[in-house]
Design a protein around this ligand. Structure first.
Ligand SMILES: Cc1cc2nc3c(=O)[nH]c(=O)nc-3n(C[C@H](O)[C@H](O)[C@H](O)COP(=O)(O)OP(=O)(O)OC[C@H]3O[C@@H](n4cnc5c(N)ncnc54)[C@H](O)[C@@H]3O)c2cc1C
Length: 603
């Protein structure tokens, strides 16, 4: 076999976003050796882009808040197909995880009496998002990274994992390559944690960074792990739509949390026209009440702009389709109007939404303190991912754990904004803790040299071919297919067509050719990403076809209503022995009576 440099750790964490860093810190604190691999430089993971905040029922701004309300909001948002145990753990543990972050040095915005300030966000009954202006992810990453580095975690930057290594049923490491010079590396580990983030790059319009190519989803699937909820993609209602070069970049929900309103080209605040029955009692019935809510009036109900993301995104699509959109195919998001209410509106907007101010000023030459923004839906988050045990975060494959966006369960059919950052902390910690326990209880496995040689041969194959397909072109075709045929509004016939397209792209991807060599070669990286994106796209499409109803992130024009039977199951995806993708329906375990009662009491 070829000689490779081998690194060995007790726990290997793949991904250095919030989930990976928090997991690495916890495993390291348990006294095991930890290696942390990431595709970009440390501090550049996608989490750094998070804006609005992290949800935790600390009750600093509204003392009526507590874990039960947060649990109930999360379950309602997820339309009750969530893993209820994960939702429970998350709601209970998030406040401690946020306070811990503060103790490690995170400088949050403050209430007048010096507590961590919390802001309103869609689907959360009370102001719940701990934040740092609209740069919360940056503060989170900075704090975790600083803490982790001083704990002696070994970091491998600009390294991409191409396959997980197994010994029998167990995962025992990973094969990776250095992005700069293409050298392959073997990482041996007693336990491996996937924290690779999302899949947004499977779509044309996305808020996700270049790293979001679904690597962890695909690695887990190929290693035999089960994926669930892959049909549930979150299209965030407000991405930039103009100019074309910035289309998809996120406009934080914090804009609406601070009083921003949505209007169509006729100047109408259309969100008041369509309030789902599930949220009727919690939603303002006039603009003044909505405004008072955003200003902290405890007797007011939330404005309809702060309904869940799936609903707001569909309402925007409806306006655009009906010809009431903005010139570039979106609608208007107006925060400038608050000057009618606040004498110092301009400074207030700049203080509360500094990144949004600069983003629009620099990228669109637009001043959000005077002019409404043009916004439209953008692919933002995947609720689906690796199926894990709620308490330990271990997948269905021994030794393989997952946390953060690449794991599934807590969000059900739709994630509430702010629940991801707290999910990263709560379940990152749990994954690190339990991976360390697993590592202590198990010996190292044996690497199969033939498996490694085969994986390297596969990875280098694009250099061997003459002529052939261009990886960038195939990726674009895939993104167009997913955007057009498995997007916000879905039908069986279009999704079947998407499956056929994905099949053809899979075949063509076998003929991808990249010129040059392994040094600094983006075409090669794209060729390798492509196979992950194809796997993930197939999984999304097959799961979406199987769920013959509309719920949360999945809207089927041919099945526009919710179906109670589908409310009892998750859709699972597995790789069969013959290599094909198997779709099955997995019953959701019965919720314990005390949790059911909480949901009933919260209304
Ligand atoms: C613009 C924007 C704003 C957001 N704002 C908020 C917010 O305010 N509140 C909130 O709760 N959520 C927010 N979200 C969602 C949230 O930021 C993400 O869900 C979350 O940060 C994902 O974190 P993660 O740790 O799971 O993965 P990521 O932060 O995506 O990190 C993934 C890591 O895995 C590495 N990786 C991937 N593949 C490989 C591989 N093959 N080999 C090696 N390493 C690999 C990457 O290099 C990276 O280090 C926002 C999302 C976006 C796009």
């Amino acid at each position: 076999m070829t000689e490779f440099t081998t690194f060995e750790h007790d726990v290997l964490v793949i991904g250095a976003g919030g989930a990976g860093l928090r997991a690495a810190i916890e495993a390291s604190a348990a006294g095991v050796s930890v290696g942390l691999i990431c595709k970009s430089l440390l501090g550049k993971a996608h989490t750094v882009m998070a804006e609005g905040g992290m949800a935790a029922a600390m009750a600093n701004v509204d003392d009526r808040d507590n874990w039960k309300v947060h649990f109930s909001d999360t379950m309602r948002g997820g339309q009750y197909v969530n893993n209820w145990r994960m939702a429970e753990l998350h709601a209970k543990e998030a406040p401690d995880r946020v306070r811990e972050l503060e103790a490690w040095g995170a400088v949050f915005d403050r209430t007048k009496d010096g507590k961590i300030l919390q802001r309103n966000f869609g689907g959360h009954k009370y102001p719940r998002l701990a934040h740092v202006g609209d740069r919360t992810g940056l503060e989170m990453i900075r704090t975790l990274q600083d803490h982790g580095i001083h704990q002696g975690i070994e970091v491998y930057m600009e390294v991409t994992v191409v396959t997980l290594l197994k010994d029998g049923d167990r995962v025992i490491g990973a094969l990776a390559y250095e992005r700069e010079h293409g050298r392959f590396r073997i990482f041996k580990a007693k336990a491996v944690i996937l924290a690779t983030g999302g899949v947004g790059r499977a779509y044309k319009i996305t808020s996700n960074s270049w790293e979001g190519t679904g690597d962890g989803h695909a690695l887990a699937y190929r290693a035999g792990a089960e994926l669930i909820d892959m049909e549930f993609i979150q299209f965030h209602p407000t991405g930039m739509v103009w100019p074309p070069s910035v289309r998809g970049i996120l406009v934080t929900e914090g804009v609406r949390g601070e009083g921003g309103i949505l209007k169509n080209s006729e100047g109408k605040r259309f969100m008041f026209d369509d309030i789902p029955p599930l949220y009727k009692d919690q939603t303002a019935d006039n603009p003044e009440e909505g405004w008072l809510y955003t200003q902290g009036d405890k007797n007011a109900r939330r404005p309809p702009e702060l309904l869940t993301r799936d609903h707001v995104a569909r309402c925007i699509m409806r306006e655009v389709k009906a010809g009431r959109g903005s010139p570039h195919g979106g609608v208007y998001l107006d925060i400038a109007w608050i000057k009618e209410k606040l004498p110092n509106a301009e400074e207030h907007i700049k203080k509360k939404l500094p990144s949004m101010y600069h983003q629009f000023k620099q990228l669109a030459d637009l001043d959000i303190t005077t002019t409404p923004m043009e916004v439209g839906p953008t692919t933002h988050y995947i609720m689906g991912g690796v199926r894990v045990n709620a308490d330990t975060q271990m997948s269905t494959v021994p030794g393989l754990f997952a946390a953060g966006e690449c794991a599934a369960g807590i969000n059900g059919a739709n994630r509430l904004g702010g629940n991801s950052l707290s999910d990263l902390l709560v379940f990152g910690k749990r994954a690190g803790e339990h991976a360390a326990i697993f590592a202590k209880e198990n010996s190292s496995g044996t690497v199969d040299d033939a498996e490694v040689d085969q994986a390297v041969t596969n990875a280098l194959a694009p250099f061997e071919r003459e002529g052939g397909e261009n990886p960038f072109a195939l990726q674009h075709e895939l993104q167009d297919t997913m955007q057009d045929l498995v997007g916000i509004v879905r039908t069986e016939s279009e999704m079947q067509q998407a499956l056929e397209e994905v099949e053809k792209l899979k075949e063509r991807s076998e003929h991808v050719h990249v010129p040059g060599n392994v040094d600094f070669n983006p075409a090669w990286h794209t060729a390798l990403d492509l196979s992950n994106l194809l796997t993930v796209s197939e999984a999304i499409t097959r799961a979406a076809i199987e769920r013959k109803e509309s719920r949360g992130g999945q809207y089927r024009e041919d099945f526009p209503a919710k179906d109670a039977e589908f409310g009892k199951i998750n859709i699972a995806i597995r790789k069969t022995d013959d290599g094909s993708m198997q779709v099955s329906r997995v019953p959701i375990p019965e919720m314990p009576a005390e949790l059911k009662q909480i949901i009933e009491e919260m209304g």
